[in-house]
Design a protein around this ligand. Structure first.
Ligand code: PMP
Length: 419
């Protein structure tokens, strides 16, 4: 049987991995500055994670949700405490798309309304409802997932107008857009959005699949803006490679849980993986570490001439250049053995290293990037010193807000970015 696989982008076969490093069949070492697409939160094969999963499998690996599974409750307690959402309810599933699918379904069921507002540049997954909420010009007619989706720019006026039109059950937002190119709206925008939703009795869904689990330096990226969404979707870093996703649901939505369910969701092994991740995040103080190293990384990047903009928060970093980054990305891999990511904006390099990346590993990446950028001809769009001065004069938030308002219609990545 032929295998259908959209993704193999490079001819590398990793056979071993530890921390932020991978090794191929020939024993060649690679640095993982992509975290397998924001999935590797606590580093590859962390000893505590390996022990937790092994012990769990030695006891019981799986039985269906028809029996009591106390480790699910343990996970819900721990996640609620670590994330600061003890009063919310956790529903467990298997992926980011499935989490969003359930979030949209729950919102529609709870409010009795069917329209959803999503943002330009958004990525929410590849199942029918999630892909319908994903900004993709290739989709000429939204899949019929029972939702009519309205796309808006990052502009509160535009959202307000749609909400006034009625029949909207939810607004779904990535507090920092990942696939779109590490686009961070201002905290004020998120506060305004939350208030607007409250005023119109529309649910706010925060898709934290990529930005959550400590990546931004807080457990959830929306917590920088001190808002409390009604539903929060999680996956990726939650299991550090073991497939698990979930939604955190506000107490007011309790009556509407009836439609949720899945065979594999919340299985013993997945819960053990997710608990191990939370334990390591706590024990190794990884939120503080991500804040510190993210700050160091972005400061150093800003000091390197050549980029138009350094974006993001914590260890969710985007470097926007004035030219397509494909060649730079390929050379980081082929010449320096470093994995980085791209975005649907072909001029953005996406960095999502494990949260426990070391300073020496960050330096290795910076040196490699510096070597390549020095070797590359200067781009006509990159401003060098003049641009750096300009950046200091402008408020980075307003800069970001303006570039967001330009409302790129990015679509899914063209050169093989894993969405
Ligand atoms: N939401 C966001 C913000 C994502 O970045 C992704 C994956 N890139 C998804 C949802 C979909 O997650 P999954 O691939 O696990 O379905």
């Amino acid at each position: 049987m032929e295998l259908f696989n959209v993704y193999p982008l490079v001819d590398i076969t990793p056979v071993r991995a530890r921390g932020a490093k991978l090794w191929d069949e020939q024993g060649r070492e690679y640095l993982d500055f992509y975290g397998g697409h924001a999935v590797i939160s606590i580093g590859h094969s962390h000893p505590h994670y390996v022990r937790r999963l092994t012990e769990q499998l030695q006891n019981i690996g799986f039985y269906s949700n028809s029996v009591q599974i106390p480790i699910q409750q343990e996970l819900a307690h721990k996640l609620g405490r670590v994330a600061g959402y003890e009063d919310y309810t956790l529903f467990l599933c298997n992926s980011g798309a499935e989490a969003n699918e359930n979030a949209l379904k729950l919102a529609s069921f709870h409010t009795g309304k069917t329209r959803v507002v999503a943002f330009k540049g958004a990525f929410h997954g590849r199942t029918s409802g999630a892909v319908a909420a994903t900004d993709n010009p290739k989709i000429v007619a939204p899949f019929n997932a029972g939702h009519a989706i309205s796309f808006v720019d990052y502009d509160l006026q535009a959202v307000a107008e749609i909400l006034r039109g009625g029949d909207v059950c939810a607004v779904i937002v990535e507090p920092i857009q990942g696939v779109g190119g590490i686009l961070r709206p201002s905290d004020d925008f998120l506060v305004g959005l939350s208030r607007l939703c409250g005023a119109h009795e529309v649910l706010l869904i925060a898709d934290e699949v990529q930005s959550g689990y400590g990546r931004s330096g807080k457990f959830f990226a929306h917590q920088h803006a001190a808002i409390r969404p009604d539903i929060i979707s999680v996956a990726k870093g939650m299991g550090n490679g073991f497939p698990i996703g979930g939604i955190l649901i506000a107490p007011a939505l309790q009556a509407s849980y009836g439609l949720l369910g899945t065979t594999f969701g919340g299985n013993h092994l997945a819960c053990a993986a997710a608990l191990a991740v939370l334990e390591v995040i706590e024990n190794e103080d990884l939120l503080a570490h991500a804040t510190e190293l993210g700050h160091y990384l972005r400061t150093e990047l800003e000091a390197q001439a050549g980029a138009e903009e350094i974006r993001g928060r914590g260890l969710m970093v985007g470097i926007k250049y004035g030219f397509p980054i494909k060649d730079l990305r390929d050379r980081l891999l082929s010449e320096h053995h470093i994995f980085v990511g791209n975005a649907s904006d072909p001029t953005v390099l996406r960095l999502l290293p494990p949260l426990n990346i070391t300073r020496a590993e960050v330096d290795r990446f910076l040196q490699a990037l510096y070597a390549l950028r020095v070797a590359s001809p200067p781009s006509p769009l990159s401003g060098g010193e003049g641009e750096l001065v300009l950046k200091h004069l402008l408020d980075p938030c307003s800069l970001e807000a303006r570039s967001l308002q330009r409302g790129r219609s990015t679509g899914l990545p063209s050169d093989g970015c894993c969405g």
